[in-house]
Ligand binder design. Structure first.
Ligand code: HEM
Length: 469
């Protein structure tokens, strides 16, 4: 189903009507008062609980769960919603056996102006068909090609590093540059810089307070950035179809639906723009958390360095694609970093039909939120959750745990499509950085973290890199 236009969506919200994505008939949904029986808070007049949630999302979640239990009601951005905490809730919503939950209507209000029709904003059959077509870009052969481009890009960039630096800022710039090369097949230069700027404006706009594209607002800049990217990607698509390269955009350009047809041009462009958004800040955030913890846990840093040397056979050498699966310790450490601070701390959905959970009846139309961040910090699954301990991810430990207690990549039909790409990029970073440098925190520095929308250290993570080869 095509996305609903934002103004139409607003009207639908007002009228409490919506169109069922699986069943395109207009249906009337429950009103806010139908949530009266769910414990929770409406917050302040007009603002509701919005500011409390934005200023300290994790603290707010903890307080609400302690006060009201694992099913609680809030009122944010003018609308009541229900939050479902815990591994069973994650399973219900992510696995979504009964097709109860819409992604389009969950993420849409936040992302629709900027990233319309991205895979994560599609539902059910239309989503299945496009996901299947796009999956071609993540098969072993294209992944092997991205691996080679990433190895070169990372090595070139980090050769310039060293001394005192802000790790988050450096990794963000590096991830943007490598994305231009591996996703789009573009050399670095003014063109890639202009695209990067448009892209950064779009990402910032997705969390701007003003939701209309007015001049000088983040949303205004973001929508202008989108226009630039749509134009540019449209032209690039025609070039890639005529003369495909080994980049991800070429894979998307040639992707076919089950009936054998190529994806339409505007569809490829929208998927590619969304994918760049999905990949960028998530990798930047999680790699920063990992290196922060490695700077503080030098025993683990040494073990990962030894593993990287053993796998590459030397210092500062590339990791071959086939050797990535030998980096078990790096993989466990990355999983622990994703547990410690998941890049997507919350996931929104909207219920399409009435359902019940935890003894509460929840009506169709309710915005529903689940929280990876909350379940990842739950001592019932993770003893001493504030301790960084990659051994939580040995096969034996994983086998004994609820499958939905660790969900940094989501689950079910919308499970992150780029997760192997993320593992690959982070393993390359680990190997290339740790075999060249020792990483330490700058004396006296300990970052405070901005938790929302994607975690980032307020001081950029002040580390010191000491050359060892
Ligand atoms: C550490 C890095 C990453 C994390 C933690 C992450 C997390 C997630 C999560 C939680 C979702 C599901 C959201 C939902 O169900 O509401 C998702 C979806 C998605 N991610 Fe990632 N992601 C990461 C990296 C990437 C990368 C590198 C790419 C592409 C190269 C990517 C592409 C996508 C796409 C296309 C979807 C939509 C899938 C669908 O709806 O079928 N992600 N990601």
């Amino acid at each position: 189903m095509a996305s609903l236009a934002p103004d139409l969506r607003a009207d639908l919200n007002r009228a409490d009507l919506h169109r069922d994505s699986a069943n395109p008939h207009w249906v009337r949904l429950g009103g806010d008062h139908k949530l009266d029986h769910i414990p929770g808070e409406d917050g302040w007049p007009v603002l509701g609980t919005t500011l409390m949630q934005l200023s300290d999302p994790l603290g707010f979640q903890d307080r609400m769960t302690e006060t009201y239990g694992p099913v609680y009601r809030t009122r944010s951005f003018g609308r009541r919603g229900v939050n479902l905490m815990g591994a069973d809730a994650n399973e219900l919503v992510l696995f979504d056996r009964d097709k109860l939950f819409s992604n389009e209507q969950g993420w849409g209000p936040m992302l629709n102006l900027l990233f319309p029709r991205g895979l994560m904003l599609m539902d059910f059959e239309a989503h299945r068909v496009d996901r299947r077509a796009l999956s071609i870009a993540f098969k072993p052969e294209p992944m092997r090609a991205y691996c080679s481009v990433l190895n070169t890009g990372i090595a070139t960039a980090i050769e310039q590093w060293g001394g005192q630096m802000r790790f988050y800022d450096a990794i963000k710039a590096l991830t943007l540059d490598t994305a231009a090369a591996s996703f789009l097949g573009l050399p670095l230069g003014p063109e890639a810089d202009a695209l990067n700027k448009a892209f950064v404006d779009m990402v910032q706009a997705s969390v701007g307070v003003v939701r209309r594209p007015l001049p000088f607002t983040k949303m205004g800049k973001g929508v202008a950035g989108r226009r630039l990217m749509v134009d540019y990607f449209g032209k690039l698509l025609r070039e890639r179809r005529a003369d495909p390269g080994q980049d991800m955009f070429s894979q998307f350009a040639l992707a076919k639906r089950e009936d054998g047809s190529l994806l339409p041009e505007d569809v490829v462009v929208d998927h590619m723009i969304f994918l760049m958004m999905a990949a960028h800040d998530t990798i930047t955030s999680s790699a920063t958390v990992l290196f922060w913890q490695l700077a503080k846990n030098t025993g683990w840093q040494d073990r990962l360095r030894a593993e990287a040397r053993a796998v590459t056979g030397g210092e500062g050498l590339s990791v071959a694609y086939d050797d990535l699966s030998r980096m078990d310790l790096a993989e466990m450490a990355f999983k622990e970093a994703l547990r410690f601070m998941p890049p997507v701390p919350n996931m929104p959905r909207r219920a399409l039909r009435d359902f019940s959970f935890g003894g509460y009846a929840i009506p169709a139309g309710t915005p529903v939120g689940i929280s990876p961040a909350a379940v990842h910090a739950d001592p019932a699954h993770w003893p001493d959750p504030q301790r960084f301990d990659p051994l939580r991810f040995t096969p034996e430990n994983v086998a004994g745990r609820h499958k939905y207690a660790w969900v940094p990549f989501g689950g079910g039909a919308h499970m992150c499509l780029g997760l192997h790409f993320a593992y690959m990029q982070v393993k390359l970073l680990v190997s290339q950085i740790l075999t060249r440098y020792e990483v330490a925190m700058q004396p006296g520095s300990e970052p405070s973290w901005q938790a929302w929308p994607i975690p980032k250290p307020r001081d950029g993570l002040r580390v010191e890199l000491r050359r060892i080869c």
